[in-house]
Design a protein around this ligand. Sequence first.
Ligand code: PMP
Length: 495
Amino acid sequence: MSKRYESILDTVGNTPCVRINKLGPPGINLYVKVEAFNPMGSVKDRLALGVIEDAERKGLLKPGQTVIEATSGNTGIGLAMVCAQKGYPLVVTMAENFSVERRRMMRFLGARVVLTPASDKGSGMLAKAVELAEAHGWFLCRQFENEANAEYHARTTAPEILEAFADTQLDYWVTGFGTGGTLKGVAGVLKQRSPNTRVVVCEPDNAPLLGSHLPQSRADNGMPSASHPSFRPHLMQGWTPDFISKLTEDTVNAGLIDEICPIEGSKALQAAMDLARKEGIFCGITAGATLAGGLQIAQTAAPGTTILCMLPDTGERYLSTPLFADIETEMTPEEIELSRSTPGYRFDKPSAPPPSVASPVTATPEAEQFLAEALTDTHQPVVMFALEWCEFCWSLRKLFSRCKIPYRSVDLDSAQYQQNNLGGSIRAALNARTGVVTIPQIFIGGEFVGGCSEVFDEYSSGRLKERLKNAGVEYDDSLKLDPYSLLPSWLHPRK
Ligand code: PMP
């Protein structure tokens, strides 16, 4: 970890196996492999790198060619990192019901995300990716069938596990399956090089695709041709899509699976929370689900048994999901009590303002002239005197930008206005003119409108529209919105 690396891609893999000290029964050696240590926080960074480099080697992916994949999120996030580093444009198709954190992360990394309807399930997003790849000549990763996915795990994840347990017998290796890449790649190697390790595959108890032993219908190219009859929606995002992938089926057919372990949703959530609160290991829902599987094995295992569970990803991409449903944003009654247990810095008793140490700033002639010119500039009749990063100013900027209202923003605390404290002087000149000390202050056609609330209220009453019309400002007046919704939530009135 403390080495020098040539690029972020060299940091994929080599994740730690960590002992679980408090959650398992005594006498059992329970370990987890924490895939959140990968650069983008999930096991799918491995697949992303494996598939792209395999396609490069085989000449299937040309420099600058667009890459496309259907993903529940983590593959897309991993691909976005690999494509950003290697310079490939990336398009991801994703069903709309996967967490919004994932979408925004991929877009932050420069990818484009095409959503598909939740009702079309995993196979819908897959079919959309195929459609787009064919129509545009893009490289489709095919993570569910691509052998490079499993091979990368056979080459990295499996040897890492063998090395970590070189000095002891590993009795159980516990995983789930999404693409089945982890499963096929690791199980294949373990069966050869550690034949006494039992391979346990977990799946949601309400979607027992493997447990039902019903076949998956499949087209000639290996892709599923219909949803599996045992599929039901479940909360373990990344596990058990609505079909058994080719890679997973290969593993079943090769007899590499020793046990199938159904996992209840509530047990998965509880295990993820226990990992966080009792072991300090922060991971996602499928990680909780895999640990829940490991704990089930541990209940009946002989003393001295060693179990390793895969923890596929970090918990940070689940803030909007059932994993965080009971985690408050506001203070709980207990925290309010704590706040009230000492006198200062409370919401029910405002603190005294700190004594002002700054010497009063006066309006210089330069500032007066600046203000006079700004307020009579007929090319820019809407002027906002603002602070660069103030939340109220940002909310107003959002309103102006949504309505396409052209305006000049004079950011008084920005670097541009710092020489001789010109910004402070302009603020003093404004204060003398309007009698208002707070910022932002908005003028239209030289007339003072007010601050953020006054502009919001005038927008809602229609008065702003009149002012803009009188000042000859063209904008989009078709939009209907509650401007107060543009304020960040911590500025909404506290209940
Ligand atoms: N958990 C999560 C959170 C995932 O994103 C994935 C991959 N879809 C998996 C588990 C399963 O990994 P694999 O695709 O290698 O079976």
